[in-house]
Design a protein around this ligand. Structure first.
Ligand code: TPP
Ligand code: SF4
Length: 253
């Protein structure tokens, strides 16, 4: 970067335009991942695992080696890659349908085994790609195509809090939930990603950053409104914060 450059729009990303809907925060999250990998000098040797969902094409967006996994299986694929390429930064990028539903077992077991990988978990409380069906993370009362009158606790249970669930797993080293609804939170989210990759590169074990994300199209609201909706409805149920921190664990020992 020369001294006149004050901002570079795409670090760690290719020149391909995102296909995401207006107001979808997948794009912001991609940008943060690309920036952190670049700034930590990892972009040349990072290996990402794309999952199934709206971000299925992220292998054309991240400017590093990428592997496509079957629905929900990204942590298992990442486990294999990391075990044979242990000096490389290995990450998965998964939606809540992918991780919290069909892939919950892979995520829990990868954390339980203490796999030294980083999971980027994008929670928009719905299945975006397939047209807005209910996810395990869908809020009570939230209308989806498979809960047209709003999700009810009876019959579907309470929405699943993945970070809190994984915090009970001893092998998980670093867990944080963040949001990207305004610049202050975007900066905070970047720090969480830095810490997650740092945790991995120091060999401390499984790290996961959960992002509160938007899906204006399937929530049936405008892009601007969707940011407010996430703040007013998602964050009260999915509180932001650190659920597991390797440095804190070391202090406690
Ligand atoms: C084995 C299998 N089952 C179901 C599907 C259909 N499917 C594709 S994406 C998806 C859910 C994606 O939702 P999420 O992970 O929340 O990502 P988003 O699209 O919201 O970013 C489902 C159920 C599939 N592709 N493969
Ligand atoms: S359907 Fe939802 S999650 Fe998918 S790109 Fe559009 S806004 Fe984003």
């Amino acid at each position: 970067m020369n001294s006149d450059t004050v901002y570079r729009p795409k670090q760690g990303l290719t020149d391909r335009e995102f296909h995401y809907c207006p107001g979808c925060t997948h794009g912001i999250i991609h940008k943060l991942v690309g920036e952190v990998l670049t700034e930590q000098g990892l972009i040349g040797e990072a290996i990402g695992v794309a999952s199934v969902g709206c971000s299925v094409l992220n292998y054309v967006y991240f400017d590093c080696d990428m592997q496509q996994a079957a629905h929900g299986r990204a942590p298992a694929v990442a486990t294999g890659i990391k075990r044979v390429r242990e000096n490389h930064a290995v990450f998965t990028y998964q939606g809540d349908g992918d991780l919290a539903s069909i892939g919950l077992a892979e995520a829990v077991h990868a954390a339980h085994r203490g796999e030294n990988i980083t999971v980027i978990f994008v929670n928009n409380a719905i299945y975006g790609m397939t047209g807005g069906q209910m996810a395990p993370t869908t809020l009570i009362g939230q209308k989806t195509t498979t809960s047209p009158f709003g999700r009810e606790k009876e019959g579907t249970g309470e929405p699943l809090r993945v970070s809190e669930l994984l915090a009970t797993v001893p092998g998980a080293a670093y867990l944080e939930r963040v949001s990207v609804h305004d610049p202050k939170h975007v900066r905070k989210a970047k720090k969480a990603l830095e810490k997650a990759f740092d945790t991995q590169m120091k060999g401390k074990g499984f790290s996961l950053v959960e992002f509160i994300s938007t899906c204006p199209v399937n929530w049936g609201i405008q892009p601007r409104e969707s940011l407010d909706w996430a703040v007013e409805n998602m964050i009260p149920y999915y509180p932001l914060g650190v659920f597991k921190d390797p440095e804190k664990e070391e202090e406690d020992d």
